[in-house]
Write a protein that binds this ligand. Structure first.
Ligand code: ARG
Length: 467
């Protein structure tokens, strides 16, 4: 048998238990209690300042809400799904505590503008935490890049050895993806940080409210422009969720390489005993499950983003109960990304890179063939001709099981008379990476400059946030 509702005036029967269970959101939106209380206090203070509520009522409301907040924090609050959601649970408890003043809190407000204000506050905090996690991971990547600024490894295209690069350059490529992610969150925050409070159910309110005041009290940049849009819009959830998906896509790409690199075939990295797990049957196994799970969790974050998009498809203005379904996908996506970022950060901080194996791999696969072609171009050979000549030298090497740098000068000269003694510097791994010394190139000298730039950029974002 259902319980009498706060909105039950026009009803003669109580809600079916099945419906109560189906429609409740308190099982997942209770976590909004802090932002809900914060927004309610701002609303009450504004009503007081506008003489819509008496000073005594405002004090009773704010004191009561503080008491409820500490009860929740100390596990002394009992949530009821018959009261539907976090908003009505708190309001009902407030009225129990302070009487009629509690019943006045909802003046000039609806749950429609209340819930969307709560969500905007919650998403804003989430974005700030995500930015910090992204900074921590960039920090580790930059530090590891510094340790390996001159360690040579193969760079790949089509997963085939292509050209030598340094490990530091590789790690900075990962950091660059995460820096873009961080900027995307910063950018989305601008559109999140707008205050819907005062839009009430959909049309605004007949009370002389001060929307600027509530917006300021809650740290928003300004009030939303249109009450219909304000209560129904969930772009401010969808957009950060698209950014969350992209973070996971980046983490998944990194995870995939770590999985590959830790195989017996590559042996580029040891992810560490504390970050691997064993097999219940094969005693020799040390599996990269952490990296695999990060890759796997990408699916659910991207799935949540699709759920959010579909949630909004075809919704007429203004508020519809569909919107209650914005919470679980966002909460789960956000938690999954925070955890994945933390785990990746710790794993990369302690992983050991096997730089000797990387170097051996870079020395295979004719990785400096392009350097030989470019050498011939500098000697006056047109690039297309140089490409053909080097292709012939590579074919000779493949047939005779020799790398280019293992061929004698005479053999090399049989492919082009332009080749001289100085070719061996060009064919060496160091010669190859050192030659790429322009901005964005893999020469250790450039990588060190890139590390310095990345450090400055990271520090600037920390400073601008006053962290
Ligand atoms: N729990 C609801 C939600 O999350 C709160 C708003 C309910 N509003 C309404 N008109 N039924 O969206």
């Amino acid at each position: 048998m259902g319980q009498k509702k706060l909105w039950g005036g026009r009803f003669t029967k109580t809600t079916s238990r099945t419906v109560e269970t189906f429609t409740e959101s308190v099982s997942f939106d209770a976590r909004l209690y802090r932002v809900d209380i914060r927004a309610s206090k701002a609303h009450a203070r504004m009503l007081g300042a506008q003489h819509i509520l008496s000073h005594e009522d405002v004090e009773a409301i704010c004191g009561g809400l503080d008491g409820i907040e500490s009860d929740i924090e100390n596990g002394k609050f009992s949530w009821s799904d018959a009261l539907e959601d976090v908003h009505m649970n708190i309001e009902a408890r407030l009225t129990e505590r302070i009487g009629d003043a509690g019943k006045r809190l909802h003046t000039a407000r609806s749950r429609n503008d209340q819930v969307v204000t709560d969500m905007r506050l919650f998403v804003r905090e989430a974005l700030d935490q995500l930015a910090k996690c992204l900074q921590n991971l960039q920090d580790v990547l930059i530090a590891r890049a510094d340790q390996h600024a001159a360690d040579i490894m193969p760079g790949f295209t089509h997963l085939q050895v292509a050209q030598p690069v340094v490990l530091g350059h590789y790690l900075l490529a990962w950091a660059a993806m995460l820096q873009r992610d961080e900027r995307r969150f910063e950018d989305a925050r601008v559109r999140v940080n707008i205050c819907p409070l005062g839009s009430a159910a959909l049309a605004g309110t007949s009370f002389a409210i001060d929307r600027q005041m509530t917006s300021d009290l809650l740290g928003f940049d300004r009030p939303c422009d249109n009450s219909l849009d304000a209560v129904s819009d969930r772009d401010f959830v969808i957009e950060p969720m698209a950014d969350l998906s992209l973070v996971m896509i980046h983490l998944s790409r990194m995870a995939e390489e770590l999985v590959l690199w830790s195989t017996e075939q590559y042996r580029f990295v040891d992810l560490g005993d504390t970050f691997c797990t064993g097999s219940s049957i094969m005693p020799q196994k040390k599996n990269p499950d952490v990296a695999e799970l990060i890759r796997g969790k990408t699916a659910r974050v991207c799935g949540h983003q699709m759920a959010m998009l579909m949630l909004m498809k075809g919704q007429p203005l203004a508020y519809n109960r569909d919107n209650q379904e914005d919470k679980e996908p966002f909460f789960d996506a956000y938690e999954t990304v925070v955890t994945s970022l933390k785990v990746m950060t710790e794993m990369l901080a302690q992983a050991s890179f096997h730089v000797e194996n990387m170097r051996l791999a870079a020395a295979q696969g004719y990785s400096t063939a392009t350097d030989l072609a470019e050498y011939l171009v500098r000697k006056g050979v047109p690039f297309r001709d140089a490409h053909t000549v080097v292709g012939q030298a590579v074919r000779y090497g493949v047939e005779n099981n020799k790398q280019l740098y293992e061929l004698s000068l005479e053999t090399l000269q049989s492919f082009s008379a332009h080749i001289g003694e100085d070719v061996f510097g060009v064919l060496s791994l160091e010669g190859s990476v050192n030659a790429r010394k322009h901005v964005g190139g893999t020469a250790p000298s450039q990588v060190r400059l890139a590390i310095a730039r990345a450090r400055v950029a990271l520090q600037q974002t920390l400073d601008s946030k006053g962290a």
